[in-house]
Ligand binder design. Sequence first.
Ligand SMILES: Nc1ccn([C@@H]2O[C@H](COP(=O)(O)O)[C@@H](O)[C@H]2O)c(=O)n1
Ligand SMILES: C[C@@]1(CO)OP(=O)(O)OP(=O)(O)OC[C@H]1O
Length: 167
Amino acid sequence: MFPYRIGMGYDVHQLADGLPFVLGGVRIDHSRGAVGHSDADVLLHAICDALLGAAGLRDIGYHFPDSSDEYKGIDSRILLKHTIRLLSENEWQTGNIDCTIALQRPKIAGYIQKMQEEIETLTGSGPGSVSVKATTTEHLGFTGREEGVAAWAVALIYKSGSDHFNH
Ligand SMILES: Nc1ccn([C@@H]2O[C@H](COP(=O)(O)O)[C@@H](O)[C@H]2O)c(=O)n1
Ligand SMILES: C[C@@]1(CO)OP(=O)(O)OP(=O)(O)OC[C@H]1O
């Protein structure tokens, strides 16, 4: 089997007043937060799906169903660590991850470095291997109206022990 694979993930969560707002494992200071069965970390969910998709291991809802009390209010960093464990059981390691968050407000530029470092630590990928970007949607659509937040992630994974330069 080709020792490199790519995957993509997409997730959306509704925003509501007075809830905590967590993105990429980092608490964001804002008057609104994301609604979900878990802590609703839309970025980590998109990353889980990108990694699972790359490995051909279904998706986040398959492994962590929102019908299960086990995952109620769960910190999504635990879900990402579990995802990494599933990949490593199948001899996959994380190469790099690139993500985009669509969020009208607040500006999150000041949190990006911390998110990238957090995700690099959780995935065991090296420094500089995770890129997080943000965009407003110019007040258009559900993100533009501040009804929700969306995230996309693309991940490259490789087989442990593969010879990077001979394929
Ligand atoms: N919630 C957001 C959205 C965007 N940014 C940063 O602002 C810059 C301009 O974004 P536009 O989508 O309006 O073109 C860009 O550098 C984004 O990274 C942000 O920090 N937080
Ligand atoms: C993470 C899970 C499980 O707690 O719940 P949510 O926080 O609702 O997130 P979602 O992105 O809808 O999908 C996966 C769920 O099974």
